[in-house]
Design a protein around this ligand. Structure first.
Ligand SMILES: NC(=O)c1ccc[n+]([C@@H]2O[C@H](COP(=O)([O-])OP(=O)(O)OC[C@H]3O[C@@H](n4cnc5c(N)ncnc54)[C@H](OP(=O)(O)O)[C@@H]3O)[C@@H](O)[C@H]2O)c1
Length: 332
């Protein structure tokens, strides 16, 4: 195949420091794989900021191009499942971790990582959802096996974040009563617009109560932050309630007894979008494009270009982003 030059946001390790620059790279140097994709949009996820700042738990070696999300067009495919010109989505697996990711204008990946863009979604909408929104979708799929809208209130933590904002929007669409826990007092209107009926300040919710259980107030929760906030949600679940857990922006630790589990029969459900099986991805993307497509998808995103990436990645690490941020990769 003919070599193509393209722009990419590259992170290099220099004397223990991580330096981010825009570079011109060539497709000849992309990793092996059966599908070459011209990236139209990428999106910003918390993991991208970790990769871009030298977190070796995410990216082991540099130079590296982060970006765990891609919506783009197939340029070449050795697998006849895909044809040149197909619009596709690639999220998770090793993309943007140790495989050059979506902050470059081309990626080359194994065909098992690639999902055809479902009817009902544009490439831009697919990236507004992105890994964060897809994680909200997996969380809701799992939670709804335990908790129905008639069971009571469902809490969403990290409410203004990527996973949180899409989770509120989805839960509200499906008729759940949503309680948003947020550290951003100024974003009440945004959260109400997404469908939250009640907003609780994060500070109030994160104070640790030493009692093994609290009064049972919530039917379920989608937690994105972990730590004392997750602990408080679990202690305040009604009998047979359930919580999904996907993130640890607050803390990786959970310090509590087993009493709510063995006395109230509650469940804690782990979510991993990265290795969500390929066979389950297509049906969930289809769902997100049809019955789970929310009306306010276009209200929860900001669009940036590659040149604005550095500041945006700093903001996500500082917990300052609101909703979803997509990167227009044609605008470089
Ligand atoms: N397991 C998986 O498959 C999976 C997939 C995607 C994401 N994740 C993880 O899920 C988490 C959320 O991802 P995201 O994309 O939604 O990130 P995000 O957009 O940065 O949102 C996180 C939100 O958490 C809140 N927050 C920030 N700092 C906090 C702190 N110190 N204590 C408590 N809350 C804090 C903020 O919301 P408020 O200001 O509204 O409180 C922030 O907007 C991350 O840890 C990410 O790595 C996991």
């Amino acid at each position: 195949m003919k070599d193509i030059k393209y722009k990419a946001f590259v992170v290099e390790e220099c004397d223990g420091k991580f330096v981010q620059t825009m570079q011109t790279l060539s497709t000849d140097n992309l990793p092996s794989g059966d599908v070459l994709v011209r990236v139209h949009y990428s999106s910003i996820n918390y993991k991208d900021a970790l990769s871009a700042t030298g977190n070796k738990g995410v990216t082991k070696s540099y130079p590296h191009t982060p970006g765990i999300d891609v919506a783009g067009v197939v340029e070449y495919s050795a697998d006849n499942k895909f044809q040149q010109g197909d619009e596709v989505i690639v999220t998770g697996y090793d993309l943007g971790m140790n495989t050059a990711g979506g902050f470059g204008q081309y990626i080359r990946v194994p065909s098992e990582w690639v999902v055809k863009l479902p009817k009902g979604l544009t490439m831009k909408e697919a990236m507004i959802i992105g890994t964060a929104g897809f994680t909200a979708g997996i969380s809701l799929l799992r939670l709804s096996q335990f908790v129905k809208p008639s069971d009571g209130k469902v809490v969403v933590t990290g409410a203004t974040g990527g996973v949180g904002s899409v989770a509120i929007s989805l839960l509200s669409k499906l008729g759940y009563q949503v309680v948003a826990v947020s550290g951003k007092e100024s974003e009440s209107e945004f959260l109400h617009k997404l469908g939250a009926t009640e907003i609780i300040s994060r500070v109030e919710f994160q104070t640790v109560d030493k009692r093994p259980m609290l009064s049972a107030r919530y039917a379920g929760a989608i937690d994105t932050v972990g730590g004392s906030i997750l602990e408080n949600v679990l202690k305040a679940l009604k009998p047979l309630g359930a919580v999904t857990t996907c993130g640890s922006v607050s803390s990786t630790q959970l310090n509590m007894t087993v009493f709510p589990f063995i006395l109230r029969g509650i469940s804690l459900i782990g979510i991993s979008a990265q290795n969500y099986p390929t066979a389950l991805r297509e049906p969930l993307w289809k769902k997100m494009a049809t019955d789970w497509k929310t009306n306010n998808l276009l209200e929860l995103y900001t669009e940036i270009s590659l040149t604005e990436l550095r500041d945006t990645l700093e903001n996500i690490l500082a917990g300052k982003l609101k909703g979803r941020t997509i990167v227009n990769m044609l605008d470089c």
